[in-house]
Design a protein around this ligand. Structure first.
Ligand code: N01
Length: 537
């Protein structure tokens, strides 16, 4: 390589991803005076909210919380129109942030990272992308997302379908018309549950193919009033202070009294209030609902009654109500008219547990009992969560260590950031962090602040290499599992457990001990001078 090209190609830090995390990381690194390069697969910024632009996509965390807190002028100047923002508004916000802080200039878009290799001698990472480009840096940060590696199911005949094929996680920017179409949706997680009611309004016929039912709570969305907007602006700093060390990085705590310590009337009232607050709040009515089966059962019964009341045909309700997991141990979905949709004459539920899909043909889907002829097939079939985005990249660390081998028996990280054998590499919102159980925007800020502080520390102290210690990573991973085993979460075949991916090791991947507690661990590690990392001068 040409000397000047090699020079131009070298950076202090490469950050992969232009979602909430990557963008903030690039901003934070540039602000610290580092030569930072951002790499992103998409043609523009947005991450999750760039790709998942299916109709009905909406966040289940309140807009005023699901937004950056790092800049008070940004916080004060942006107006969220709705209580729960829809995808276009969130993407508009991310674009606004990119423009306001001039972040695009640090990025190369349409660069899918396929490999990252560490050179033991120089201590430098070389990051390769699908078009053959190579970029070098001392530090590499993977802000590649927890739910960003979509799965296309391996159904016989899946490649033969001749009609229109859509993925909620790769929805076309120009939108789709369903008018006069016979549509099938495979998948009834958060994405399938959000998109289906919108399709149902327009399509001639909609068939929802459900393998596992999920619990869903209606989203109590509405526009913010002017008065509320003013009030939020006036109290924003306090709202954030409440969130920074809160269990889910939002200002809404769980109630403090255990379910069975309340009277039946008090319980009912608490559940009613939280049901009316949406799925995220309903998942934390009582402090023990995710750890005590009896408490969980009370919450489950309440939800079942609510769901049954929405559905005309109780045999359809029987199919729509989960019986295979305690409520909340799979992510509770958030919908706008999902259950009511099954009362429409043009919508039908197919229970794949009774009649599994046998094949996809050019014109439709054959199950054990019938052939469903369709024009459009929508896959809402989920993601290889948390580890998928990293493991789809050929990551080779020190001493030729492959990440795929290191994690063959399950992912091991120290606080999510550090992986033994992978110096100067950080994973963000990774396995071992609360991430998917918390408000991702504040979580991302915490993650990047922590990593950039460590990178700055290395610069200031002349440290050339930083690597998580093996014993610290294994202790953290044991702690992670121990906390999870004290809850009901380990009883569900969820994507949290890696159960939706064939052959994936079953371990509970997020840290379930709460964002505040996690943050305290991170603070302590930083304040003590990073004792769980080997720092080489
Ligand atoms: O994915 P999922 P998602 N044949 O994995 C089914 C976040 N999110 O994209 O459970 C038939 O939940 C699969 O069935 P089963 C949120 O954290 C948030 O919906 O494996 N079906 C399941 O029903 C969420 O939890 C928001 O039996 C097949 C579905 O596909 C996470 O993203 C909105 C199949 C996948 O559901 C993931 O949600 C959207 C097959 N071969 C997403 N393979 C909000 O903020 C898979 N399925 C509101």
């Amino acid at each position: 390589m040409h000397a000047s090209a090699a020079q131009a190609d070298h950076h202090d830090v490469i950050i992969i991803g232009a979602g909430f995390a990557g963008l903030y990381g690039v901003h934070r690194a540039a602000r610290a005076g580092l030569n930072v390069l951002g790499l992103e697969t998409g043609v523009d910024v947005g991450g999750t909210w760039f790709w998942n632009r299916y109709p009905g996509a909406r966040c289940d965390v309140e807009s005023v919380d699901y937004s950056y807190s790092f800049d008070s002028e940004l916080q004060q100047s942006w107006t969220w129109t709705e209580r729960f923002a829809a995808q276009p508004e969130i993407l508009a916000y991310i674009n606004h942030v990119a423009e306001r802080f001039d972040l695009r200039k640090h990025y190369r878009f349409e660069q899918t990272v396929t490999a990252a290799h560490f050179d033991d001698e120089s201590g430098i990472w070389t990051v390769g992308t699908a078009d053959g480009s190579r970029f070098r840096s001392r530090f590499v940060v993977f802000a590649t997302g927890c739910l960003s590696a979509p799965i296309k199911p391996n159904i016989p005949g899946v490649e033969t379908f001749a009609g229109e094929e859509l993925f909620t996680a790769r929805w076309p920017e120009e939108g789709v018309s369903f008018a006069g179409k016979r549509v099938a949706v495979i998948g009834t997680g958060s994405s399938g549950i959000q998109v289906s009611p919108i399709i149902a309004r327009e399509a001639e016929a909609l068939t929802v193919l459900q393998r596992s039912p999920n619990f869903s709570v209606p989203i109590p969305n509405r526009p913010w009033t002017m008065q509320e907007q003013e009030q939020i602006r006036a109290t924003y700093p306090a709202r954030r202070e409440k969130s920074y060390y809160a269990p889910a990085a939002t200002p809404h705590p769980s109630l403090t009294t255990k379910a069975l310590e309340l009277s039946a009337a008090e319980r009912e009232q608490a559940m009613e209030e939280r049901w009316n607050g949406g799925g995220v709040l309903f998942n934390k009515v009582f402090p023990d609902q995710n750890s005590d089966l009896a408490a969980n059962e009370l919450v489950r019964e309440f939800a079942v009654a609510k769901i049954r009341a929405k559905i005309d045909d109780q045999s359809v309700a029987d199919d729509l109500i989960p019986t295979d997991h305690p409520i909340g141990t799979k992510r509770i979905c958030t919908d706008s008219g999902y259950y009511e949709m099954f009362n429409r004459p043009n919508v039908r539920l197919v229970n794949l547990r009774r009649e599994p899909i046998e094949e996809i043909t050019p014109t439709g889907i054959r199950t054990a009992d019938e052939f469903v002829e369709i024009d459009t097939l929508v896959y809402a079939t989920g993601f290889d969560a948390m580890t998928g985005a990293l493991l789809r990249i050929d990551i080779t660390g020190a001493r030729g260590t492959k990440l795929a081998d290191t994690w063959a028996d399950g992912p091991v990280t120290y606080l999510g950031f550090g992986i033994h054998g992978f110096p100067n590499m950080f994973s963000i919102n990774s396995v071992g962090t609360p991430s998917v159980m918390a408000n991702m925007v504040l979580h991302s800020e915490q993650q990047l602040d922590w990593v950039l502080a460590l990178i700055e520390h290395c610069g200031a102290q002349g440290i050339r290499q930083v690597e998580a210690r093996a014993e610290a990573a294994s202790t953290w991973t044991d702690h992670l599992m121990e906390v999870a085993e004290g809850t009901l979460f380990v009883r569900a075949n969820s994507w949290y457990m890696g159960a939706n991916v064939e052959g994936k090791k079953r371990v509970f991947m997020p840290y379930i001990g709460g964002f505040g507690n996690y943050r305290r661990f991170c603070d302590t590690e930083r304040d003590n001078g990073y004792p769980s990392f080997e720092l080489t001068r």
